[in-house]
Design a protein around this ligand. Structure first.
Ligand SMILES: Nc1nc2c(ncn2[C@@H]2O[C@H](COP(=O)(O)OP(=O)(O)OP(=O)(O)O)[C@@H](O)[C@H]2O)c(=O)[nH]1
Ligand SMILES: [Mg+2]
Length: 221
């Protein structure tokens, strides 16, 4: 008789269970949460640093920073004077629900309304792990190439919002915005998109407005 264990499936089943616990924990404390994903350097931390001062006017914010190594991003975000919890994965290429679960026990969930989670920079692995958040957001910077949606479809199919970042560089880079948007829509017809520059601030209000809409919808429901 042959016995077979599918380690990948077991791991994902366990992750789903813990993600459900995280979802319940966040819901019971009235915390709205986002999982922000992208390849390394697409601008996740820059987006947080740019938008947290605006979002702080309306919400009490907490941040979880996921990195392979170093506390650099947590220091950049912590400088804004908000509560940041750093997860150093020690080489693991993504956050999983249990890492976030431990962080949720360390944060004062009654003291925040909005939890922003910056995932490890990686265009593949983070998309495979539900963290128990309300929505997933991904960034694609135009320096990465307009062919990326079809090459790395999972993150595009799992995300509610695609942020096209670094549009201040459009004239310097061969990036066909319409082609990238069409490829993303072919993969995920419901994906919303915002073109943005963390450098100039263009499009930042569309991003903060997107969050505000989701939060007011979730409070109604
Ligand atoms: N020109 C330009 N540069 C940007 C923009 N957004 C971010 N950058 C630069 O891109 C680099 C990487 O930005 P980060 O915010 O650190 O990217 P990240 O996604 O957090 O990176 P990891 O956490 O390492 O995955 C930095 O040098 C930023 O200054 C933008 O809109 N325009
Ligand atoms: Mg970062």
């Amino acid at each position: 008789m042959m016995h077979q264990i599918n380690v990948g499936e077991d791991l994902r089943d366990r992750n789903r269970e813990i993600a459900a616990e995280n979802r319940e924990m966040l819901r019971s404390h009235g915390v709205f949460s986002l999982n922000i994903m992208s390849a390394p350097g697409a601008g996740k931390t820059s987006l947080l640093v740019r938008s947290i001062p605006m979002l702080s006017e309306k919400y009490r914010i907490g941040v979880i920073e996921g990195d392979l190594q170093t506390t650099r991003d947590a220091e950049r975000v912590g400088a804004l004077g908000i509560d940041v919890y750093q997860i150093e994965t020690g080489g693991v290429c993504h956050l999983d629900a249990s890492m976030v679960h431990s962080a949720l026990h360390q944060l004062d969930l009654d003291a925040i309304d909005l939890l922003l989670i910056e995932n490890v920079g990686n265009l593949v692995c983070p998309a495979e792990f539900d963290l128990g958040v309300d929505a997933r957001v991904m960034l694609l910077s135009i320096t990465e190439g307009d062919d990326k949606p079809k090459k790395y479809p999972l993150m595009f199919s799992e995300s509610s919002l695609l942020i096209l970042n670094k549009i201040d560089l459009l004239e310097m880079v061969d990036f066909d915005l319409e082609k990238a948007k069409k490829e993303a829509t072919d993969i995920n017809s419901g994906i919303e998109m915002i073109e943005l520059s963390c450098r100039t601030g263009e499009g930042i209000e569309a991003w903060t407005g997107w969050i505000e809409n989701l939060i007011s919808e979730s409070r109604k429901g």
